[in-house]
Design a protein around this ligand. Structure first.
Ligand SMILES: Nc1ncnc2c1ncn2[C@@H]1O[C@H](COP(=O)(O)OP(=O)(O)OP(=O)(O)O)[C@@H](O)[C@H]1O
Ligand SMILES: [Mg+2]
Length: 446
């Protein structure tokens, strides 16, 4: 059946006003949102600005033909279906329309039933292909160990998958620890270059004076200590991909050299006179807004546009909703298995803290927190006091002004106990109460 939760959009393109009116009336009655136009160029404009599920187009129109529109849709709106209408039925035109991607065709005059049947068929097909696509996305993510089912991550994964199918330069933007390298690897290993090397380099970790020779190699005698010819990372990555992390940290002179490689597809070794052709896909990553650096003239504009052919935005963890829970589960299994420990269970409250925390270090921070909890705890139940102090503190701070004094007191007592390894005498001393009072208070939780 046609999905009820979403309004399905149909674009009708026909130079006959009567046909447009009849189709619009009939399909609007069936709950579709129907746009109409008499002209293919107009249709293309509509397709560029809103997402259309189905295009119903006439074949013979005065300026541009329906065949051209079908071709346009197939190339640019792969997620839309097409039904062709024709007043001059001929086997050839029908065959041609179907060959270039029309789902179906209707011959004028057609009955309402024929119209509904064709529309239903198109939407059934669309639903099926969209289901496959979302399954493909999940499979793709799973293959490369990327956990994420939130809408924002689905979008990122779709872009990542698309990028892997091309050889274009990719710029990945994301805060620290959001998984930029993981995404870069997925692009490489899912591409036709998978059997050639993936070479990751952190531009900020190599001193400026060494970066050039490390990246491009050098010839014997190029500088003191260059006793022999050496290949650089670019030569190693030939046929494969190079991943330049923290690209914003490169100097202007390095940026000029990278630009030249992108333009010439060739590298000069340091001290070398001849360039060598190389075929390397460049994937870069940054946690800074490069365009802002361009404005401040700290990053070359021409290089920015060369690197930013395909751009992928990795959302921060705090914006990924339930992915936090999925990742918590994933890392808990991973580290308990790795450390040969029983898989712990997080209390509801602890999971709530995980969901509310703002995760400045993103997925890497979550991974480290869980790793440490599993190393430090032998108890199978993990509760708020077992979490790192900063997270507990944030939880306290962020839990707002809706808690009773008793609740806040208990939470504080628990935190103090954790900080002194459950030594009640020490805890009582810090709290400024005697042990008996502490025992009384703890009765409420034990
Ligand atoms: N969606 C995810 N699913 C599973 N693991 C993830 C995911 N995202 C990141 N990780 C893991 O988190 C850690 C950090 O990821 P990665 O090194 O790719 O981040 P980054 O954005 O490159 O970080 P930095 O900005 O510090 O360079 C890695 O161990 C990675 O495997
Ligand atoms: Mg990284």
């Amino acid at each position: 059946m046609i999905e009820k939760d979403k309004v399905n959009r149909i674009l009708v393109v026909d130079d006959s006003a009567d046909t447009r009116r009849i189709i619009q009336r009939n399909l609007t009655e069936k709950g579709f949102k129907v746009f109409t136009t008499a002209d293919v160029n107009n249709a293309i404009q509509i397709l560029n600005s809103i997402s259309i599920d189905l295009v119903i187009t006439d074949l013979k129109m005065p300026k541009v033909s329906g065949i051209d529109l079908i071709k346009h849709v197939r190339e640019n709106n792969k997620d839309s279906e097409v039904i062709m209408i024709t007043g001059y039925p001929s086997i050839e035109s029908a065959v041609e329309a179907v060959k270039i991607g029309a789902q179906d065709y209707l011959t004028k005059p057609f009955t309402n039933e024929e119209l509904f049947k064709a529309v239903k068929k198109a939407f059934d097909k669309l639903k099926f292909s969209r289901k496959i696509k979302s399954q493909d996305n999940l499979n793709f993510a799973e293959k490369y160990g990327i956990i994420g089912e939130s809408n924002v991550m689905k979008k990122t994964l779709e872009e990542t998958f698309k990028a892997s199918q091309t050889s274009s330069t990719v710029l990945i933007y994301g805060e620290s620890g959001t998984g930029k390298e993981l995404i870069a690897r997925a692009i490489h290993y899912n591409s036709l270059r998978a059997s050639a090397p993936f070479v990751p380099i952190n531009c900020s970790a190599i001193p400026e004076s060494l970066l050039e020779s490390e990246l491009f190699g050098y010839v014997k005698g190029a500088f003191t200590g260059a006793y022999e010819n050496r290949e650089g990372f670019f030569q190693t990555a030939d046929g494969g991909s190079i991943f330049l992390d923290e690209i914003s940290e490169t100097s202007f002179s390095m940026q000029v050299k990278l630009l030249r490689i992108l333009e010439d597809k060739a590298v000069y070794r340091v001290g070398g006179k001849h360039s060598r052709k190389i075929d390397v896909r460049i994937i870069t990553a940054t946690n800074k807004q490069l365009l802002k650096l361009v404005e401040k003239e700290r990053f070359r504009e021409d290089l920015f546009y060369r690197l930013n052919v395909v751009s992928i935005d990795l959302p921060p963890l705090r914006e990924r909703g339930d992915d936090i829970l999925l990742l918590t589960h994933y890392f808990t299994l991973k580290y308990s298995k790795k450390l040969g420990k029983e898989t712990p269970v997080f209390s509801e409250k602890a999971l709530k803290v995980f969901q509310d925390y703002h995760w400045p270090g993103n997925v890497r921070e979550l991974e480290n927190v869980i790793h440490r909890i599993i190393v430090m705890n032998d108890d199978i139940n993990i509760d708020v006091p077992d979490l790192p102090p900063l997270m507990r503190f944030t939880a306290l701070r962020e839990s707002g002004l809706d808690r009773s004094l008793a609740e806040v007191e208990l939470e504080y007592i628990k935190n103090v106990l954790v900080s002194v390894n459950n030594n009640k005498s020490k805890a009582a001393k810090i709290l400024g109460i005697d042990r008996k009072t502490l025992r009384e208070k703890l009765k409420h939780i034990e």
